[in-house]
Design a protein around this ligand. Structure first.
Ligand code: SF4
Ligand code: SF4
Length: 84
């Protein structure tokens, strides 16, 4: 699953540098997660780093981008391949 930042976001800036996939960027009003880059931290960490640091708990699972672990793993491998 990719994750989603809701409009509860207070633009505190702490999640963006924590993302290992550079999936979090500032949008027009609040931070946004690119579902093509979010692996729910699969391949990097045991759990979503952005969720761990967010002080207002505004990062739920994106219901439009539900993916199983294997799909997230394949996304991780694709992103790693694109880096080289
Ligand atoms: Fe980035 Fe992980 Fe948060 Fe997805 S769950 S946006 S990969 S920090
Ligand atoms: Fe918004 Fe939470 Fe990220 Fe802070 S940590 S910028 S409140 S999503």
């Amino acid at each position: 699953m990719a994750l989603l930042i809701t409009d509860q976001c207070i633009n505190c800036d702490v999640c963006e540098p924590e993302c290992p996939n550079e999936a979090i960027t500032m949008g027009p009003e609040i931070y946004e997660i690119d579902p093509h880059k979010c692996t729910e931290c699969v391949g990097h960490f045991d759990g979503p780093q952005c969720v761990e640091v967010c002080p207002v708990e505004c990062i739920p699972i994106d219901p439009n981008h539900v993916e199983d672990r294997e799909t997230l793993w394949q996304k991780y491998l694709r992103l790693q391949a694109e880096k080289v």
